[in-house]
Design a protein around this ligand. Structure first.
Ligand code: GAR
Length: 202
């Protein structure tokens, strides 16, 4: 069986999506495993989850850099040092540059709490509620240089219920989002492992 694909997971919050990946990696045969977890801020439960799982962690704070480009380069260095096969934004609330995406040497995925292309940005659940949609959901997509614009890899629909608040709706979305993220990564990691096994070894 090929070695699990190496995931570097980026978080900004509670890290329940990361936890779903950690739990999946404990299943026999799951084809991907987090090898490091990074955050853009201190005190995230996501980084604590990674520490409890015995994984290396890093924090790269934007405020400690003179500008965004410098932060982005530093984050690139941190991510590359773990030689990822895939980078995963799992509740990571920062936009990375085209130079970062070119430099990581691996695809980057993101998960987002709406049915993209509807409601991109940092307030997707609140915006969907305000727009009065009957159905919203979650999207896992490949990251490009835009804001939540890359090719869609999977979507899960979640009906809006009467009386939903952003909190209740987001919790139901995250239940579907965790399942979706685990399944999309299973599919991509299997395909990546199959391609790698066909490449001549040097
Ligand atoms: C998830 O719903 C994720 O899609 C969202 O943050 C939540 C993180 O949950 N990300 C964004 O809104 C990015 N624009 P978690 O910290 O419990 O994993």
């Amino acid at each position: 069986m090929p070695a699990p694909r190496r995931l570097v997971v980026l978080v900004s919050g509670t890290g329940t999506l990361l936890q779903a990946l950690l739990d999946a990696a404990a299943e026999p045969g799951y084809p991907a495993a987090a090898v490091a977890v990074g955050a853009d801020r201190d005190g995230t439960e996501g980084v604590e989850r990674a520490r409890r799982a015995g994984l290396p962690t890093f924090v790269e704070r934007m405020g400690e850099h003179p500008d965004r480009a410098s932060w982005d380069r530093a984050l690139l260095g941190r991510v590359r040092s773990h030689a990822p096969d895939m980078v995963v934004g799992a509740g990571f609330m920062k936009v990375v540059s085209a130079a970062f995406l070119d430099g990581i040497g691996a695809p980057m995925l993101n998960t987002h709490p709406s049915l993209l292309p509807a409601f991109p940005g940092a307030h997707a659940v609140r915006d969907a509620l305000a727009a009065g949609v009957a159905v919203t959901g979650a999207t896992v997509h490949r990251v490009d240089a835009g804001l939540d614009t890359g090719p869609v890899l999977g979507r899960a629909e979640v009906p809006v219920r009467p009386g939903d608040t952003a909190t209740t709706l987001h919790e139901r979305i995250k239940t579907q989002e965790r399942r979706l993220l685990v399944e999309v990564i299973r599919r991509l990691a299997r395909a990546d492992a199959a391609t790698a096994s066909r490449e001549p070894q040097t």
